[in-house]
Ligand binder design. Structure first.
Ligand code: ADP
Length: 330
């Protein structure tokens, strides 16, 4: 049998998953499961780089596991694991830290953004986040990383770190490549910033149709379209981006045309989106409910995931230890 290429991707348990996570990363993650050996992480140590409540962490990890499975990550095909349960992630991150110049990290756009958003909480973990992310990926020697486009600078840094490691110590890791979905970024309801758990601008996967409508009906559209009688610019409208993610071609073309000629208003366009979006979210919500009632089953899956992930990570670390001249005694 030809060894399958490995895939790694992670989601932070820093709040409920939203449609940006689903469209930007999860759909692709789901679609790769048959072709690749996929390892999908609940990356809890990453979620600790901003202020967090330890009392909520356990529940957030559980919710994230449930969201993954409800959306279509199948634990009989993929490894579903929690980052902190496989200690090789942080062990390798330390080694990578020693070969990563600080200047590479200071220029990462998300570090600059987060530093601006939380000027009183700029910790080492925030700066070091991309090194831990590099480690998450290469501890499995993964070659493919399905992510939204906000992660591209991090992936580029991972590749730079891999090149440096390989050139210093001999070929050890393949250079992983990002794999983007069809819609690579969904903006928040503000129409300005990326939809993100850390900003209050999301449509969550578990929201009712009424809740989603409340949010959609006030969501920002093309700011230049002030009245229903003004023609709009679909390409400058986040609702249209969501149509591209959730609607079929007929509705996408109809909404684009009617927007351009001021045939329908933004609310009409949003109603069509609501129907199409909810059609996809409803079965996920049903599955989510079933899984949430079966905690033991979810924890069993995470335990199995830990075991399967650890087997690969241990093997990688023994290779790394040999390369850097640190003896393994086991
Ligand atoms: P968040 O920014 O909401 O905390 P994560 O950092 O946990 O999300 O990201 C998990 C995955 O979801 C990553 O692959 C990321 O690129 C993707 N993602 C997050 N937000 C969006 C978005 N608004 N649009 C597209 N993809 C996104």
């Amino acid at each position: 049998m030809i060894a399958q290429k490995r895939v790694f991707s992670g989601i932070q348990p820093s709040g409920r998953l939203h449609v940006g996570n689903y469209v930007g990363a999860m759909r692709k993650m789901i679609s790769l499961q048959d072709e690749y050996y996929c390892i999908y992480g609940i990356v809890d140590y990453h979620a600790m780089t901003v202020r967090f409540d330890p009392k909520e962490m356990e529940e957030s990890i559980f919710d994230c596991a449930v969201d993954y499975m409800a959306a279509g990550i199948d634990p009989t095909k993929s490894v579903l694991m929690v980052q902190s349960t496989v200690s090789q992630h942080t062990e390798l991150a330390w080694i990578l830290n020693t070969i990563t110049p600080i200047s590479w990290l200071l220029r990462v756009p998300t570090f600059k953004e987060k530093r601006q958003q939380n000027p009183d909480y700029v910790n080492m973990g925030l700066l070091d986040y991309p090194v831990l992310m590099a480690s998450d990926i290469i501890v499995y020697k993964a070659e493919v990383v399905p992510v939204g486009d906000d992660q591209l600078p991090h992936l580029e840094l991972t590749r730079e770190i891999v090149r440096r490691f390989n050139s210093l110590f001999g070929y050890t890791f393949p250079e992983p490549k990002a794999m983007l979905g069809e819609v690579t970024r969904i903006l928040g309801l503000d129409g300005n910033f990326k939809m993100s758990k850390s900003l209050d601008n999301c449509i969550y996967l578990d929201e009712s149709k009424d809740e989603i409508w409340k949010k959609l009906s006030t969501a920002v559209t093309d700011v230049r379209r002030k009245r229903k009688t003004d023609p709009g610019n679909p390409e400058d409208c986040n609702i249209f981006t969501m149509h591209k993610a959730f609607s079929k071609k007929g509705d996408i073309d109809y909404c684009a045309h009617e927007c351009c000629v001021a045939g329908i208003g933004c609310l009409d366009c949003k109603k069509i989106l609501l129907e199409n979006m909810y059609k996809e979210l409803e079965p996920i919500q049903k599955k989510r409910h079933e899984l949430s009632c079966n905690r033991e089953h979810v924890y069993d899956i995470l335990k199995q995931g830990q075991k399967r992930a650890e087997e690969i990570a241990v093997e990688t670390m023994s290779d790394v230890h040999a390369k850097i001249g640190v003896k393994s005694f086991h």
